[in-house]
Write a protein that binds this ligand. Structure first.
Ligand SMILES: [Zn+2]
Length: 55
């Protein structure tokens, strides 16, 4: 229980679309409702937008 102070900058998050692990600091973060979505780049963000719109 002693690894509480890990540096969060090197934490990785999965891209919402392709699920690639990306450093949190490099991810494109988009706030959706009450949570954050992470994208590895504009390509995946665009894809997500289109899918969202087609609902
Ligand atoms: Zn991606």
């Amino acid at each position: 229980m002693s690894d509480k102070n890990k540096p969060t900058e090197h934490e990785t998050v999965p891209c919402e679309v392709c699920l690639k692990e990306i450093p949190r600091s490099e991810a494109k973060n988009v706030e959706a409702d009450d949570y954050m979505l992470h994208f590895c780049g504009m390509d995946c963000y665009d894809k997500w937008c289109k899918e969202k719109d087609s609902h």
